[in-house]
Write a protein of this length. Sequence first.
Length: 273
Amino acid sequence: MTIFNYSFMQNAIFVSVFISILCPCIGIFLVLRRYSMIGDTLAHASLAGVTIGLLLNQNPILGAFVFTSICGALIEFLRSYFKKYTDLILTIVLSLSVGTAITIISSGKLHVNADSFMFGSILTVTHFDMIMVLILSVISVLTLILLYHQMVYIAYDEEAAKVAGVKVRLINYIFSILVASAISVSIRIVGVLVLSSMIALPVATALQLGKGFKLTLVFSIVFSVIDIMLGLFISYYLNVAPGGFTALISVAVLVFVLLAKKLQSSIRTARCK
């Protein structure tokens, strides 16, 4: 019997496919806007949503989505009050989220261990989670397609987008919800602590290829699929948390591409001489 015969592995692969497509689609806009740390902040916010969901005996992914959406909207709202201090906004939201999560976990009122959400686990993906992942992913991708041109415009020059008549503030709020969606569908497999690596690192790797926006997005998805699938299968055989190992694979792939790029540059220089 192969690992593909196990239902929990089938569930994990199903979720991983959607994660590997959705995360870089969101991540490329965060990276280009130099907002990659927002992904990390909202990833930690999702832990608070998970604990609230568990406390209320609701689905933790749904709880993560709702609370992370609220935090994403809060970040966008606070931008008008702290225009020059984005890092301060993130600190405020991070303090609110981590404080909420720690308070609930330490209260002793949770009857379920939240560790699997912190580190990721292929054993905890349920059929209901798969339905939630499918719904949130489809809605997110369709929204990205509909708002693609406006979001690209905003990513490169937000002020120019405002002048051009793009509804920047509304789209930023919608994008905050999309980030929340990507994070909430990913926490089962990747885990809260390293979730931001799945959002930023495949994009960082693709950027090294020096292609245009669309090709960079395609390569980001390719690298994301490689990262999470290798992380998922190898972590299974090593009996370690898939989230942490996927992060290590992501860094390894980035380093490999950087070294390959450096080698290619050295070969070209040698030929020119």
